[in-house]
Design a protein around this ligand. Structure first.
Ligand SMILES: [Zn+2]
Length: 259
């Protein structure tokens, strides 16, 4: 099974963008489709329709704890009520600290309801985004306070990859998505070798970050990882460890039943 745990549709109102996305999603068995941070209400309804129409799509609703209602009833209705299975938070883009008191209230409810939380605090950043709030170590307090909450740090928490590696070593319920840019060979090499040396390859989830990259080319780059090192003495990573990331059953990991 291949689960792409990080995808977006460029524009839900653009039928061509939706068609492109659906074509790309044919290459995987399931994908987490993340709502965008702007205009959450409209986006959620359109996203919900897509998710309901396609069994491969696992929707994540965008939650802004500063603005959204935080009762258990309101969160249930905004997430499972619309057919979603998780929540995505854009702390740096929306300008809230990951441990803001309202965010902590949200995590308490998410933990109780078994809703996984995806922290999408990675590039590309707008000039207004608060880079401070993108730092993965700020999620440490969240993981300590809510040890049963399942957390995904998006895109390895780039550009703060070292902080992400530390979080993955430290917390059993914190994972990270290995969405790579197949054109940035040296960056891919460093992320994968650092994860391998930190012995946290089993905490990495496959993600493409579509539309920034397509799952097919990400898989090809990862499987050809050791070929990147041809004619060098640089250390490699056992191919089975990379294959295990690509084939990880991320649905079971997050208690999400296949539709
Ligand atoms: Zn993304």
């Amino acid at each position: 099974m291949i689960v792409d745990c990080h995808t977006h549709i460029r524009s839900l109102s653009d039928s061509l963008a939706v068609a492109d996305f659906l074509e790309v999603s044919e290459k995987v068995d399931a994908c987490f489709l993340l709502a965008d941070p702007c205009d959450e209400g409209a986006d959620s309804k359109q996203l919900s329709e897509q998710v309901r129409q396609n069994d491969k799509l696992i929707g994540f609703a965008s939650v802004n704890p500063l603005e959204d209602k935080l009762s258990e009833k309101a969160i249930t209705s905004a997430i499972s009520g619309l057919g979603f299975h998780g929540a995505v938070l854009y702390c740096s883009q929306k300008g809230f600290h990951p441990t803001h008191s309202r965010a902590m209230r949200f995590y308490a409810i998410a933990e109780e309801l078994g809703i996984p939380v995806f922290f999408h605090n990675s590039p590309p950043f707008t000039s207004e985004a608060v880079l401070d709030y993108a730092q993965p170590y700020l999620i440490d307090e969240v993981a300590r306070t809510f040890p049963s909450l399942k957390i995904i740090i998006g895109s390895m928490g780039q550009p703060f990859v070292d902080q992400t590696l530390c979080m993955l070593c430290k917390h059993p319920n914190v994972y990270a998505d290995l969405s790579i840019d197949p054109t940035k060979i040296w960056q891919v090499y460093n992320i994968v070798i650092n994860a391998h040396e930190a012995d946290i390859m089993d905490k990495l989830l496959f993600g493409s970050g579509y539309p920034f990259a397509e799952p097919g080319s990400c898989i090809e780059t990862l499987l050809g990882f050791n070929k990147l090192l041809a004619d060098t003495n640089l250390p490699g990573v056992p191919r089975e460890k990379i294959r295990a990331i690509i084939e990880r059953d991320t649905l079971s990991l997050f208690d999400i039943a296949a539709k």
